[in-house]
Ligand binder design. Structure first.
Ligand code: RFL
Ligand code: PHB
Length: 394
């Protein structure tokens, strides 16, 4: 049997960053991931880091490549029909965001663990946390043909929305508050220079579209589709046509290019009633998920582990106050994030086909009205700028 202070399940951004924070704080940990390292690195997900997230990465010496290669954006474009306008975060709230792929964040964190020689096990099987409601939690797993039984002081579930740790919490305690959406995102990655300097979020009668990027030569774009759509029905030509149509604005052209990845992701909002159960603590997507429109999922995972890492360090030094307060603090911030993500999603998507045609038209035009209001209101733009660039982690 092995022994550690913190056993972490899941090597996504939440688990990997928590490991880096614990290492910096001198707290020992074991990190177990059921996918291979290559698989974790190949998942294309988020692309935008809030200023507060960049600050956390900097604090732990993880921001060097991010500052070299990340693209600092001082605002975003919002668009209603063909009418595009700029929301200038720097001017409105004095803050920026950094466009840097989640894959790059994950690579930086993995490399840091390599340098530290951390106990990180990829490709583990039979990952079984247990005993979290008593005082002898264990994490059992098999890695590289060897069975492990790790006795831990605390187990952290950083294993995402479909992870095993959530299932250790009784249904009536986890009790997630949830809502679905009648829209999904079809996302592409393309080997073409972005046609824009900053991200474009557009509402069009055919549905939402957005233009993001990963680097000066790689573009990331999304189209709202019905959640029942099959990616096989979306040829590259059809995708570029949809993007051209929905993002069109006078005097601007979208340059298409070879698509290297495409997939459809459904949208959901969910928040567990608690992130703490006995000796188990949930962080990141394991505790809550948001639709991607506010660019908040990765940032919320970073905020959680910044709080949890500091609380676990205090716990190791003999003070339990911050760990006892973790769930409440993280959820208080999370509900603000949920509200913003829902606002951005409702604002920018058209209602699904199940909504009667006359009501669809009503909802669409009221969203156009709201976007025009935002266009003309400094207050409304500040409301968006403050939340998009990220609330304090406290
Ligand atoms: P992850 O990244 O899902 O990592 C969980 C890890 O746990 C592993 N795991 C297990 N390991 C061991 N045993 C088990 N039983 C396990 N079960 C699961 C998994 O293999 C995985 O490695 O969760 P984490 O770390 O909490 O990070 C959360 C973020 O990944 C997520 O919130 C964001 O990607 C969401 N998201 C976005 N967030 C943003 O902040 N900005 C964005 O622009 C943004 N865009 C997006 C997104 C997510 C997307 N998809 C595909 C879900 C765009 C998309 C398309
Ligand atoms: C992305 O670049 O993948 C991205 C950017 C902003 C979002 C969602 C996704 O709101």
């Amino acid at each position: 049997m092995e022994r550690t202070s913190v056993a972490i399940v899941g090597a996504g951004p939440a688990g990997l960053l928590l490991g880096c924070i614990l290492a910096a704080e001198g707290v020992d940990f074991v990190l177990v991931e059921h996918r291979s390292r290559e698989h974790v690195l190949s998942r294309i997900r988020a692309g935008v880091l809030e200023q507060a997230s960049v600050d956390v990465l900097d604090r732990y010496g993880l921001g060097e490549r991010l500052h070299r290669e990340g693209l600092v954006h001082g605002g975003v474009y919002l668009q209603a029909g063909a009418d595009r306008f700029h929301v200038d975060f720097e001017e409105l709230v004095g803050r920026t965001v950094t466009v840097y792929g989640q894959q790059q964040v994950v690579l930086d964190l993995m490399r840091h663990h390599d340098e530290l020689g951390s106990a990180v096990h990829y490709g583990a099987t039979d990952v079984m946390p247990s005993g979290v409601d008593g005082d002898d939690p264990h994490l059992r797993f098999t890695a590289d043909g060897e069975e492990h039984d790790v006795a831990a002081d605390v187990i952290v579930g950083a294993d995402g929305y479909h992870g095993v740790c959530r299932t250790l919490i009784p249904d009536e305690v986890l009790a997630p508050a949830e809502r679905g959406y009648d829209a999904a995102w079809l996302g592409i990655l393309a080997d073409v220079a972005p046609s824009t300097d900053e991200l474009i979020y557009a509402l069009h009668p055919d549905g939402f579209a957005m233009h993001s990027m990963r680097s000066p030569s790689v573009s990331r774009l999304y189209l709202q589709v019905d959640p029942t759509e099959d990616i096989a029905d979306w040829s590259d030509e059809r995708i570029w046509e949809g993007l051209q149509e929905r993002l069109a604005t006078p005097g601007w052209t979208l340059t298409p290019g070879p698509i290297t990845e495409k997939s459809i992701t459904p949208m959901r909002s969910s928040v567990a009633a608690t992130l703490a159960y006995g000796r188990l603590f949930l962080a990141g997507d394991a505790g809550h998920i948001v639709p991607p429109t506010g660019a908040k999922g990765l940032n919320a995972a970073i905020a959680d582990v910044a709080l949890l890492g500091a609380a676990l360090a205090e716990h190791a030094r003999g003070s339990d106050g911050p760990l006892g307060a973790y769930s409440e603090r993280a959820l208080a911030r999370q509900w603000k994030v949920q509200s913003f993500s829902q606002f951005m999603t409702d604002l920018l998507h058209t209602p699904g086909s199940a909504v009667p045609a006359d009501e669809r038209a009503f909802r669409y035009f009221s969203r156009v009205g709201q976007l025009r209001y935002v266009q003309g209101s400094r207050y409304a733009q500040q409301f968006i700028a403050e939340q998009y660039t990220g609330l304090a982690i406290a």
